[in-house]
Structure formats: structure tokens, C-alpha cells
Design a protein around this ligand. Structure first.
Ligand SMILES: NC(=O)c1ccc[n+]([C@@H]2O[C@H](COP(=O)([O-])OP(=O)(O)OC[C@H]3O[C@@H](n4cnc5c(N)ncnc54)[C@H](O)[C@@H]3O)[C@@H](O)[C@H]2O)c1
Length: 261
């Protein structure tokens, strides 16, 4: 992929951008000419994402951040502002997927999942909003999940966290629309990311086998590739979506219209 679409020098902060959908978003925004702050808990993977972007001629810096910490989210925003003086887009993507039924859940599960997926997303939004308000413009895209909409077994806390950020999407859209800030969400379906690849690798299952196992998923009979989610995220953040706010788009190959069957 050559970085040929560059037309603007806007700034995007992308959390969880060291891996999976976040990395695909970082590459997609860099491809569109954004200067990208690649934020992740994992320093090595964040740096890898930056290297991938700069090797393609894009601009990115890495930043170690833990979205569950308010101080860390503030530092993230300070880093972007001190480097580029503006923040046009936040992609609140960092998330953890921990399965387990409500009956089996532990206090640690609750703290971890809600800490990253719900509080972490809200903290990142809270941290970027003052600069967006000052600029009189900005776009936030939150990565929810199809699990926010369709029930699944053994994922109760994760599903709650993902439904919670859809409520946050609507609330922030209402509160900040008049200030020129749009807030939307994507609800991805099954996407073959590093998360799945690493989890399955521990069971001796290779990525080609994951693709085989997910054949037949949803109406398009396959799982998504991370870039397909990133394209939707980029669209929602771009001026092409200038009259869209408070919405969530299912990027799920039609999974949700089948009722999850
Ligand atoms: N893969 C899917 O099928 C799927 C489907 C729907 C929604 N999602 C959502 O997409 C997002 C990305 O998932 P993915 O599959 O790419 O996962 P992934 O595990 O490949 O990437 C998640 C990234 O977030 C980072 N991260 C975790 N905790 C963090 C923290 N506290 N602070 C900062 N960074 C942190 C990780 O280090 C990792 O780089 C998540 O919010 C996930 O819930 C994924």
C-alpha cells in the first residue's frame, strides 16, 4: 500500500493502535494524510505500527498510554498538542475481549473489562474534548462491537461494556454537536485480528485455519479483515460524514440483520 491519498495535514489519536483494528486504523488515517499518534499500552507494537507508517511515507509517533488511567489520557493529549498543536480525530479503539459468563465472573474481570472498554473510552473522550471545543471542530469514533447489539453466550461483561459506549456516543453527540464535534461508533462483527491470531496460536491453530473456521460467518460468509473496519472508521471521521453524528454503524457483513443466526 503506497501512501498516495494525502490531502490534509490533520491529526488523529488512535488508541490500541499497536495491533489489530487499531493498527489498521493508524495505517488508514496515515494513508489519508493524517499525522497519527499511535497510542498503546504495548510500547513495542506501537513502535512497529509507527515504523510501518513511516516506511510508507506517512507521519506517526508512538506513545505508551494506559487508557484506564486519567493521568495517562491527559498525557496522551498533551503529547499530541505539543507535537502538532491540534487534534482533529480521536479513534477510541483500545479494548480487551475477555469471555466468561456472569456467573463465573470475578471482580478482576469486571475491573479489567469495564476499566479499558468503558472507562478508558470515556477518559480518552474527556481528555480530547477541551481542545476540540477550543478548535470548534473535531470527530470522535468509538470502536464498540456487534456484541453491543446481538446477544452472545459467555460474553456478558464485554457486551455490557460495548453497549455502554454506544450510550456514551449518543450523549457526547448531543452535548457537543453545537460545538462542531461529531461523535459516532462502529460495531464490528468478527474480525481476524492479532487478538484472535494470538489466542488461536496458543491452541496450535494457524491464521489460515481461522479463515477456514470463519467461512460462513454472516451474510458475506467470512470474517472481516481489520482494514474493512478501518475504512468505516475513517469514513465516519472524515468530512464525507459531515452530517452524521450520534450514530453507530454495524460493520459486520450483515451478521446483525440475521438476528445473529
Ligand atoms: N476482533 C474482533 O472480532 C472485534 C469485533 C468487535 C469489536 N472489536 C473491538 O475492536 C477493538 C480492537 O480489537 P482487536 O481485535 O484489534 O484487538 P487487539 O488485541 O488486536 O488490539 C487491542 C489493542 O489495544 C491495546 N490495549 C489493551 N488495553 C489497553 C489499555 N489499557 N490502554 C491502551 N491500549 C490498550 C492492546 O495492547 C492492543 O494493541 C477492541 O475495542 C475490540 O473490543 C473487535
Amino acid at each position: 500500500m503506497a501512501l498516495t491519498e494525502a490531502s490534509e495535514q490533520q491529526v488523529a489519536i488512535i488508541t490500541g493502535a499497536g495491533s489489530g483494528i487499531g493498527r489498521a486504523c493508524a495505517l488508514r488515517f496515515a494513508k489519508a494524510g493524517y499525522q497519527v499518534l499511535v497510542a498503546d499500552l504495548d510500547e513495542a507494537t506501537a513502535k512497529d505500527s509507527c515504523r510501518e507508517i513511516t516506511a510508507l511515507g506517512g507521519t506517526a509517533i508512538s506513545h505508551v498510554a494506559d487508557v484506564t488511567s486519567w493521568h495517562s489520557c491527559e498525557s496522551l493529549v498533551e503529547r499530541a498538542l505539543s507535537k502538532w498543536r491540534q487534534i482533529d480525530v480521536l479513534v477510541a479503539n483500545a479494548g480487551v475481549q475477555i469471555g466468561g459468563s456472569l456467573l463465573d465472573s470475578t471482580e478482576a474481570d469486571w475491573d479489567k473489562i469495564l476499566g479499558v472498554n468503558l472507562k478508558g473510552v470515556a477518559y480518552c473522550c474527556k481528555a480530547v474534548l477541551p481542545s476540540m471545543i477550543k478548535q470548534g471542530r473535531g470527530a470522535i469514533v468509538i470502536n464498540s462491537s456487534i456484541n453491543a447489539i446481538v446477544g452472545s453466550a459467555g460474553m456478558a461483561i464485554y457486551d455490557m461494556s460495548k453497549a455502554g459506549v454506544l450510550a456514551l456516543t449518543r450523549s457526547l453527540a448531543v452535548e457537543h454537536g453545537a460545538q462542531g464535534i461529531r461523535v459516532n461508533a462502529v460495531c464490528p462483527g468478527n474480525t481476524i485480528t492479532d487478538f484472535h491470531i494470538n489466542t488461536m496460536a496458543k491452541k496450535g491453530i494457524r491464521v489460515e485455519q481461522i479463515r477456514e473456521m470463519t467461512q460462513g460467518y454472516a451474510l458475506l460468509a467470512r470474517a472481516a479483515e481489520p482494514v474493512e473496519i478501518a475504512n468505516a472508521v475513517h469514513f465516519l471521521a472524515s468530512d464525507e460524514a459531515s452530517f452524521i453524528t450520534g450514530q453507530s454503524i454495524c460493520v459486520d457483513g450483515g451478521f446483525s440483520v440475521t438476528g445473529g443466526g
